[in-house]
Ligand binder design. Structure first.
Ligand SMILES: [Zn+2]
Length: 62
């Protein structure tokens, strides 16, 4: 799991980008590691999103 999980302040997308949103370029807010009790409603988005995200990241950076 990424330890630097952040969320866009504008479009609310979760991202592991360093400083700005991949989608809209807005600032990111750092959020706590996912808590399933609080974030269940996002889980359906987060899991497929990060699967793809990590895949892309590894393909590019590794
Ligand atoms: Zn955004």
């Amino acid at each position: 799991m990424p330890s630097r999980l952040k969320r866009c302040m504008k479009c609310k997308q979760y991202t592991i980008a360093e400083d700005k949103c991949n989608f809209c370029g807005a600032s990111l807010e750092k959020i706590a590691p996912p808590r399933f009790s609080l974030e269940d409603k996002y889980q359906q988005f987060r899991i497929p999103y990060f699967k793809e995200k990590m895949k892309n990241k590894f393909n590019i950076l590794d």
